[in-house]
Each structure stands twice: as structure tokens, then as C-alpha cells.
Design a protein around this ligand. Structure first.
Ligand code: ZN
Length: 319
């Protein structure tokens, strides 16, 4: 199934090919997991198809599906999740070779946002003065790292999150898990990874227990919270996200926006915190927890960071 926005973008390319109004370079941006890569494979078929209709029957479509269409070029990061300049140069050479079958040469660059400037600069020339047949599609989680010189020469398209209805029809969940639809913020990739992670629910519950203990503001509570958070570094990012998400819900509740609450299965915990902290304090707590970098797993000072986070939370609560 395609989301409304995936379908909309697919139709956009289909129509552009029909009208012969295709541009030379596009950025497709959207958060990781929202379905950019999947969509790019569907778009690719319109460029590969001998009839420009993604028929899936012709030799162009069939070879594209098999990953063997000479006119479809897909650039992916290496095993270290990086792009090296040599690969980029090789690809550029391939792009200058005329299409073998169809009208287009379609170049998809996956995770283009991780490209360093040197690789982006190497691409710049061909994006500035592309051969008539070439179409670039750069997939980006965000565009903050993309050089302004590239940004000014591409058309940016955005893949927006899925609606809750789309998520429900694609991923039917039990009532007990239905909070996940809001928790993943319309991102099917995030939802899938949460469902596949058997430790997600226990880590989330432990984290919510930990923040309640700190809010309880006893010395023992703070120590127990520290034990919980520092005891499972593998899932620390899940726990910190769970706390931030819960604190946001407390702010929604305080602002009379109960319909925005994400953690609907934790209403009693949300109310408990809401009764103990003011809106301003809750805002401060969210900032303190949100400021901890999510990838702390390999950080030697992780315990110290957690301890200092808890101390800062305690000092806000005592104000
Ligand atoms: Zn076809």
C-alpha cells in the first residue's frame, strides 16, 4: 500500500514524464523510515519502462526490477555508511554515457544527506550542466547538510508522514499497542522497528517508572532512577525518547490538549506527573532530557551524563 503522499509524488513523476516536463534534479526529503527508498524504486520504473508507464512487463521494467537496467543508476553508501569520492567519480562517468535503451538515465542517490562536501562538489558540475537525458533523485532525511549550490539547482519534494488511518490499515494493531500509531509519528519504518524490538515496551515502561521516581523527589527515588537508566545502556535511546514523549504529553494535558496525547496507555502516569509539576517546570525537564545525545551507547561518560541529567531534573523540581 502507498500513503496519500507517496501516491501523490508517484503521480507527479508519471505526469511529468507524460508531459515531457521532467527536471534534471530532485531532492526527495522526509524522515528516515517514511518510505523514500521504496517510493524511489516505483518512480524508477516510470523512467525505465519502454512505454513510460511502469508496466512491469517490458524489457525496461523487467531489467529495472532485477536491478540490471543500465540506465538506472543507484548510488548507496559503503559498508561504513559513507560515500567515497572514487565511487562518486565512477558513477559520474557512467552518467555521461548515453542511455542504452530508453530516453532517460535515472540516477538515485540514497542517503544523500550523509555525503561530505567533497562528494557533493564532485556532483555539482554534472547537476549544473547535465546531459539532456539525465535525471537525479537525491534521497535525504534532512537537507541541512546539502550544499546551497546543490540546493539551488534541484527541485525539493517532500514526503510527509502517513495519516493515522493509513497506518491503521497497513499495520493492524491490538488495542494495547494502538498508542504506537501516534508514538511513531506517521512513520511506518519507525513503527516496524518498534514492533520488532522485543525490548521496546519493557525499556519504555522502565524509563517511565524512573522519571516518576525522580518526580517523587526522594533521595532513594533519584538513585533508583539512576540505576534503571544506567543499567540498560543498549536501550538508553528508547528510554530517553520515552521520557521526552511522556513529558510532552504532560504539557498537552496541562494545556487542555488531551486529544494530542501520544502515550494513551500511560494516562495515570501522565496525570501523576502533571499533579506534581508546573507547566514551566515540565518544559524545563523536557529540555534537559531532550538535550542528552541519543547515541550514548559507546560513550564512556554515559553514567556521568545520566547522573548529571537526574541532578538537573532534581534542581528544577526543587525550584
Ligand atoms: Zn514497462
Amino acid at each position: 500500500m502507498l500513503s496519500f503522499y507517496q501516491q501523490k509524488l508517484l503521480s507527479y513523476f508519471e505526469n511529468s514524464i507524460k508531459d515531457d516536463s521532467v527536471r534534471h534534479a530532485y531532492i526527495l526529503k522526509g524522515p528516515r523510515g517514511v518510505g523514500k527508498k521504496y517510493l524511489s524504486h516505483l518512480i524508477e520504473l516510470y523512467f525505465a519502462c519502454n512505454h513510460s508507464m511502469a508496466c512491469k512487463e517490458c524489457t525496461g521494467c523487467k531489467s529495472a526490477i532485477a536491478g540490471a537496467n543500465f540506465d538506472i543508476v543507484r548510488l548507496v553508501p559503503n559498508e561504513k555508511n559513507k560515500y567515497d569520492i572514487q565511487t562518486v567519480r565512477t558513477i559520474i562517468k557512467r552518467v555521461y554515457e548515453k542511455p542504452s535503451g530508453g530516453k532517460y538515465k535515472f540516477v538515485v542517490i540514497e542517503s544523500a544527506h550523509i555525503m561530505e562536501s567533497v562528494c557533493q562538489n564532485a556532483l555539482l558540475k554534472i547537476i549544473e550542466e547535465p546531459p539532456a537525458y539525465v535525471v537525479f533523485l537525491l534521497l535525504c532525511d534532512s537537507v541541512s547538510n546539502i550544499l546551497p549550490t546543490i540546493m539551488s539547482r534541484v527541485m525539493t519534494l517532500e514526503l510527509l508522514p502517513w495519516s493515522k488511518e493509513e497506518m491503521v490499515s497497513c499495520f493492524p494493531l491490538d488495542n494495547e499497542d494502538s498508542f504506537l500509531y501516534n508514538y511513531c509519528m506517521g512513520n511506518p519504518g519507525v513503527l516496524k522497528s518498534l514492533l520488532e524490538d522485543e525490548n521496546f515496551k519493557s525499556a519504555r515502561s522502565a524509563a517511565i517508572g524512573a522519571i516518576l521516581k525522580v518526580v517523587d523527589s526522594s533521595q532513594a527515588g533519584a538513585f533508583e532512577a539512576f540505576e534503571i537508566l544506567s543499567g540498560d545502556k543498549e536501550h538508553l535511546h528508547i528510554m530517553l525518547e520515552a521520557i521526552v514523549s511522556l513529558l510532552r504529553d504532560v504539557m498537552f494535558l496541562k494545556n487542555g490538549l488531551s486529544d494530542q496525547i501520544v502515550n494513551t496507555d500511560k494516562m495515570s502516569e501522565i496525570k501523576e506527573i502533571s499533579n506534581s509539576v508546573t507547566l514551566a517546570k515540565c518544559f524545563n525537564l523536557t529540555e534537559i532530557v531532550g538535550a542528552i545525545p541519543s547515541d550514548l551507547r559507546n560513550n564512556e561518560n554515559v553514567s556521568m551524563q545520566i547522573q548529571s541529567m537526574i541532578m538537573r531534573i532534581e534542581s528544577v523540581l526543587k525550584q
